[in-house]
Write a protein that binds this ligand. Structure first.
Ligand code: AMP
Length: 283
């Protein structure tokens, strides 16, 4: 595995792969890698000749008072995990090169970037879509793999790629979970043992909703109440939102209709904010 730290070197290398007719797959991360990232790298490996993994803790997607400074970092461990997962090129740009002092261009998607996560993190998606646009321009992939864990983010990146004619195919890979259902996240390291235990309520509440839908429940309000009951049962610090949305447009639905619904949650335990979601079949 080769480690690249500058934009120009990464672009030159990507050009040379393209000239050789190699298919480039990319996985964009903020590091502190876990099995969720490893699975995305595995997916990229299957569909490409060269796999680029990027590590960049992107300051523009953190709001004031969020965890940018304390976001977990472990470059040595990341190198091992990325390499073992099948990364050919590890691209780790410097903050100063990604955002020069006179940086002034942002990619902002209307509507869907303002709801759910966007309501609680108003500048978050603008930072995400901007850095993803930059990293796609730097790594020049044919395929970019994202996780369903960040469902709204994956939706917006697809939208950006379509609206701005990015010549890349966007693949969304399934959520990887701990054995007890907690979705893997770099931020899980913030949870103390008690919070870690209570955090399983996110998955439990989603499974309960899935079961109720299987039994014929079609009211989003009733599902919302059932989910809330389970979440409040473990005394979270705050439930930011519980939403039943159409997976194709992220619009909230009142009555579930076939074929699927996406149920998304954001819950806080202390200062740790967890998100989770599940796409459920509606027969
Ligand atoms: P992050 O490093 O948290 O910015 O995540 C980088 C990529 O990994 C994003 O596309 C995430 O959606 C994806 N990802 C994070 N956690 C998981 C998980 N538990 N399962 C699958 N993909 C994940």
């Amino acid at each position: 595995m080769q480690i690249i730290g500058t934009v120009s070197e990464m672009q030159r290398l990507a050009d040379s792969f393209r000239i050789q007719g190699k298919k480039i797959g990319v996985v964009l991360t903020m590091g502190y890698l876990h099995a969720g990232h490893v699975s995305l790298i595995g997916t990229a490996r299957k569909v490409s000749d060269v796999v680029i993994t990027t590590i960049f803790v992107n300051p523009t997607q953190f709001g004031p008072g969020e965890d940018f400074e304390r976001y977990p970092r472990d470059f040595e461990r990341d190198k091992t995990l990325a390499s073992e997962a099948g990364t050919d090129i590890l691209f780790c740009p410097q903050r100063d090169e990604m955002y020069a002092p006179n940086f002034a261009t942002y990619v902002e998607i209307e509507d869907v970037s303002k709801i759910l996560e966007g309501k609680f993190r108003p500048t978050h998606f603008r930072g995400v879509t901007t850095v993803v646009a930059k990293l796609l321009n730097i790594t020049k992939p044919h395929v970019a793999v994202f996780g369903q864990k960040d469902a709204q983010q994956a939706f917006l990146i697809r939208k950006m790629a379509t609206d701005l004619n990015f010549d890349v195919s966007i693949v969304v890979a399934p959520i990887i979970r701990e054995p007890d259902g907690l979705a893997l996240s770099s931020r899980n390291v913030y949870l103390n043992p008690d919070e870690r235990q209570r955090a399983t309520s996110l998955y439990k509440s989603l499974k309960r909703a899935e079961m109720l839908i299987g039994k014929g429940e079609r009211s989003a309000e009733k599902l919302h109440n059932e989910i809330k009951k389970i979440l409040l049962g473990v005394n979270p610090t705050l439930v930011d939102y519980i939403a039943c949305v159409h997976p194709d447009n992220f619009k909230e639905v009142e009555t579930l209709t076939p074929p699927t619904v996406l149920v998304a949650l954001a819950v806080r335990f202390g200062s740790t904010r967890l998100i989770d979601n599940m796409i459920m079949n509606v027969a």
